[in-house]
Design a protein around this ligand. Structure first.
Ligand code: SF4
Ligand code: F3S
Length: 104
């Protein structure tokens, strides 16, 4: 599977959503996650993210986020169409410690 990592927080560009062939992205207020049971590992979303927030689970960083993605995919609604990024997306892109500062 692929997983959304913390650099999505506060950005939510949603370019990933427009390319996913199986609509397996789920939307929280601050970020998206991927449902690992639905992701077909096609990999097309990874290079599309302007914030470089998507990783394969074969990647060390990606592997750390799979359980988080699975958990919130079961709680959040599916998102099937791209939308405007969050306000401040550019300023939030690359901020360190996002999970603690924005998601608390
Ligand atoms: Fe969707 Fe493919 Fe990305 Fe999985 S790897 S989330 S199937 S675009
Ligand atoms: Fe997030 Fe990147 Fe998609 S910022 S919403 S994972 S395009």
């Amino acid at each position: 599977t692929y997983a959304v990592t913390d650099n999505c927080i506060g950005c939510k560009y949603t370019d990933c959503v427009s390319v996913c062939p199986v609509d397996c992205f789920y939307e929280g207020v601050n970020m998206l996650v991927i449902n690992p049971e639905e992701c077909i590992d096609c990999g097309v979303c990874e290079p599309e993210c302007p914030a470089d927030a998507i990783r394969a689970d074969t990647d060390e960083e990606g592997a750390k986020w799979v359980a988080f993605n699975a958990r919130y995919a079961s709680l959040w609604p599916v998102i099937a169409a791209a939308k405007e990024p969050l306000p401040g997306a550019e300023a939030n892109d690359g901020l360190p410690g996002k999970r603690d500062t924005i998601f608390s």
